[in-house]
Design a protein around this ligand. Structure first.
Ligand code: SAH
Length: 563
């Protein structure tokens, strides 16, 4: 088989990224734009030793789940990986993705996951649901200034100012910005020469008020023709009945693919957009959102997601709660209404300013916000306050909602030290969620609830809310399982537990238990039997490996070339 060869293949599975998977002549093939159940004629694009990539040339027999993608450029764009799949099938794919991550990467058993995993919460709107869009500005193949997306690995842009996931107002606003550029000879930014002015246009819409926020990301410190932009956009928005609430620019002179700059300058209207969130129980909070702050993009689903996080937090009024990765304080302020005191931590300083202002505006006095990295702020805070027996050092609940890379180890370690009774983990990436859950469950927590949410219909992305409960530490446990039998997989059976014990005893004069070895193996990312070191009893204390024994075990694992 070589490049461009064609063959027929039945798609039997899909990757987490939405590629169809099929087998042909002993090879596994990954096929873009195909879905489970399709039989397609495909053409080879790339071959590796045991697998290859191919593209669909023709669909021979469509899957029962296949539907017509409404967007004419869905295939080229790649933003919607599964528009060609019916919505029920999309939901099944996403649930499966969460389940697979928990079993394959998290080390949880299929029975356990099936027992606790709840059905995915579908989105009411499956198109035009996004309240935010960031369009790159560039030139198309003919050289016209356009807004759209980069075509494959090229530097030209395929025009797409009316993305079907976004607001209908986007197109009108983008046309006006491009008209202003043309009128004053302003160039789009060029990634190769690093020249040109306008890089991206960020547009956000408030669902509550219908108002819009526009922010131009530019490759210079000051926006040229500022007055003229204000005139052009206000005139255009007035004419089209669009409420322009905020117009700003953000200088970004870096040669990276980070879209926004570090600062922004407001040139018309408010320095933020206002929106409000109403939970199903009727609780409503107003928020201001500045251009650099994170804000969930699917407002209807955001409300369900937050309601879910709150439900899992099980607050009764007096609890002390941490909300890590809190953004503009969305979850924090809903928590504060139901808890005693809430601490929020967030890396973007402007988002923390928003969070403080949002607390004030809503008359919420029992929330405090810190700006910085969760993995630095939390350990530092704990170090300073743990000795005072401050309630914040022994919180009842911790909520975390990290970006795709998940929680930093230092953050997780401190969370474990703080021993909250419950941890609510809101995740946008099942793989890092599974990794972090694996760690937390090796440190005395039990996975109790898992509920996926579809926040991003037409894409392969899935959000999950998870509840972890602390195993009670009042009693001691008996380790009930024979670890040696359970725990060794063929790939890493380089040394048995007895060999490790013997090595540590001989070299360091220390006696280590199988439990400690398994804890350290898990810490090092080695595969161990699931939940063996958690007692079946709820009221059980798991002894933790002391540091000197940990160091000795790590040394033994290195000696046996297991890490
Ligand atoms: N809970 C918020 C935000 C979630 S998105 C909401 O629902 O609106 C994740 C947030 O984590 C973003 O606001 C991002 O700026 C922030 N963030 C990213 N890395 C961080 C870190 N290391 N420490 C703290 N916050 C971080």
């Amino acid at each position: 088989m070589q490049k461009n060869d064609e063959f027929e293949i039945k798609i039997t599975d899909m990757t987490d990224e939405g590629l169809g998977i099929g087998k042909h002549e002993g090879f596994t093939w990954f096929i873009k734009d195909s879905i489970v159940g399709d039989t397609v004629l495909c053409g080879v694009t790339k071959i590796k030793k045991t697998y290859g990539f191919a593209r669909v040339i023709r669909i021979i027999e469509p899957s029962a789940d296949r539907t017509e993608a409404p967007c004419p450029i869905a295939r080229a764009c790649g933003g919607c990986q599964i528009q060609q799949m019916g919505y029920d099938a999309q939901l099944r794919l996403k649930s499966g993705k969460v389940r697979n991550a928990l079993t394959r990467l998290g080390g949880f058993s299929e029975e356990e996951v099936d027992r606790i995993m709840e059905p995915i919460v579908p989105s009411d709107d499956i198109f035009r649901y996004r309240n935010k869009a960031q369009f790159p500005i560039g030139r198309d193949r003919e050289g016209h200034i356009v807004a759209g997306f980069y075509a494959g690995r090229t530097h030209s842009i395929i025009p797409a100012s009316d993305c079907l996931l976004g607001a209908e107002e986007n197109r009108i606003i983008l046309d006006s910005v491009i008209g202003w550029m043309k009128a004053f000879g302003l160039e789009p930014y060029d990634e190769r020469s690093l020249k040109g002015t306008v890089r991206h246009v960020l547009i956000r819409k408030s669902r509550a008020s219908g108002g819009m926020m526009v922010c131009l990301v530019i490759n210079s410190k000051k926006l040229p023709r500022e007055k003229e932009l204000v005139e052009a956009l206000t005139e255009c928005c007035d004419g089209a009945g669009i409420r322009l609430m905020s117009l700003s620019y953000s200088p970004n002179l870096r040669d990276t693919n980070v879209i926004m700059g570090d600062e922004y300058v407001t040139i018309c209207g408010d320095p933020y957009l206002e929106d409000s969130i109403r939970l199903p129980d009727g609780e409503k909070i107003g928020f201001r959102i500045s251009p650099l702050s994170f804000y969930q993009v699917n407002p209807g689903q955001m409300e369900k997601l937050y309601a879910g996080a709150l439900e899992f937090a099980e607050l009764s009024g007096n609890e002390t709660v941490w909300d890590l990765y809190c953004g503009i304080g969305t979850i924090s302020l809903f928590l504060a209404k139901k808890a005693g005191y809430v601490y929020g931590v967030e890396i973007v300083p402007q988002a923390i300013e928003d969070a403080r202002e949002n607390a004030l505006r809503n008359g919420i006095a029992n929330a405090e916000f810190f700006s910085g990295k969760a993995e630095e702020v939390l350990p530092h805070w704990y170090e300073v306050h743990a000795a005072d027996k401050d309630r914040g050092a022994r919180p009842d609940v911790m909520v975390v909602d990290p970006p795709r890379k998940g929680c930093d180890e230092a953050c997780l370690e401190t969370m474990v030290k703080m021993q909250p009774r419950r941890i609510v983990y809101v995740s946008c990436n099942p793989a890092t969620l599974a990794r972090d859950l694996r760690y937390l469950c090796s440190q005395g927590y039990r996975l109790t609830r898992v509920r996926p949410y579809d926040l991003f219909p037409q894409s392969v992305h899935v959000e999950t809310v998870v509840l972890l409960s602390k195993l009670n530490t009042k009693q001691h446990i008996e380790v009930e399982l024979n670890l040696d039998e359970l725990d060794l997989t063929a790939a890493e059976s380089k040394a048995t537990y007895d060999e490790i014990k013997a090595y540590v005893l001989e070299k360091y004069g220390l006696k280590v238990s199988s439990l400690y070895i398994s804890q350290i193996k898990r810490k090092c990312g080695l595969d161990v039997g699931q939940n063996y070191n958690l007692s079946k009893k709820e009221d059980a204390k798991v002894p933790q490996c002391p540091p000197e024994k940990e160091a000795a075990i790590i040394e033994a694992l290195k000696h046996f070339q297991m890490i």
